[in-house]
Write a protein that binds this ligand. Structure first.
Ligand SMILES: O=C(O)[C@H](O)[C@@H](O)[C@H](O)[C@H](O)COP(=O)(O)O
Length: 252
């Protein structure tokens, strides 16, 4: 597992634009090396702002989007098309503006899907979809990049401090109930699934994330954002406001 590296940005807009450019580089390098690429999207403010920035940059067309697999790190368990679904936000910000192969876009199940209002069944279905596209013997694909927005309580995806999903070490996808961030019912990748990613990029912007980023990088807190690592690289892409509490050793 890779050590966390902090990359500081002056403000949220620059963080979003620079991360969008970093995604272009990452996906084009993956396609040059392996013929295709895979990315795990996150919801929330900075995660969606990154996608919007990516949609705006001409460099986006350097990526052959037909050869990109799009996954989600978590999803609010709401009906398809609900404005609060991470998928809905991602489609509006980016996915509807690029030429993706629909068969390679993998939204997490919704209560109006084949399993009905059963997030646990939806989690099993998504785990099976991941396994079907994993490398031989694996349970999830080796995602080229897994984006994770960091919450003010240092949650990532829908792995919240103190909730059972944070402790899951076997399953790759689980249902989440009673999430402190509405809506309460979600589906989420677990830490083992996130750890399959070649690179994990934790995104944090604003003062409200400073304590979480400090905990995640300060080595003290047993918080979800402290536990995420990529196989090859782990980046904390933050703006100055979110970096306020970084211990001296970690502050660039
Ligand atoms: O479903 C969600 O809400 C997200 O997947 C969640 O993990 C988000 O990334 C963080 O809560 C940060 O969100 P903000 O950037 O809006 O603070």
């Amino acid at each position: 597992m890779s050590d966390a590296e902090v990359i500081l940005h002056a403000d949220a807009d620059l963080l979003a634009a620079a991360t969008a450019a970093r995604i272009v580089t990452r996906l084009t390098e993956a396609q040059a090396a392996r013929g295709s690429a895979s990315i795990v999207l996150t919801g929330g403010g900075i995660g969606t702002a990154v996608l919007a920035a990516l949609a705006r940059t001409p460099a986006r067309d350097a990526v052959d989007w037909r050869r990109v697999d799009v996954w989600w790190g978590d999803e609010r368990f709401l009906p398809t098309g609900d404005a609060e679904r991470n998928e809905t936000g991602a489609r509006a910000a980016l996915l509807d503006h690029i030429d993706l192969d629909p068969g390679r876009v993998h939204p997490m199940p919704a209560p109006d899907g084949p399993d009905g209002d059963d997030p646990a069944a939806g989690a099993l279905r998504y785990a099976a979809e991941l396994r079907a596209r994993a490398e031989a013997g694996g349970t999830v694909p080796s995602f080229d990049v897994c984006l994770l927005g960091v919450g003010p309580d240092a949650h990532v995806a829908s792995l919240f401090p103190g909730l059972p999903a944070m402790k899951e070490r076997e399953r790759t996808v689980v249902a989440v109930h009673d999430a402190p961030k509405p809506p309460p019912t979600r589906i989420s990748l677990t830490l083992p699934a996130i750890a399959a990613a070649r690179e994990v990029w934790a995104l944090a912007s604003g003062e409200s994330k400073a304590e979480a980023v400090g905990l995640a990088l300060g080595g003290a807190g047993e918080v979800p954002a402290a536990a995420v690592r990529g196989r090859e690289r782990t980046l904390f892409l933050v703006d100055r406001a979110a970096a306020r509490d970084l211990p001296g050793t970690a502050r660039p």
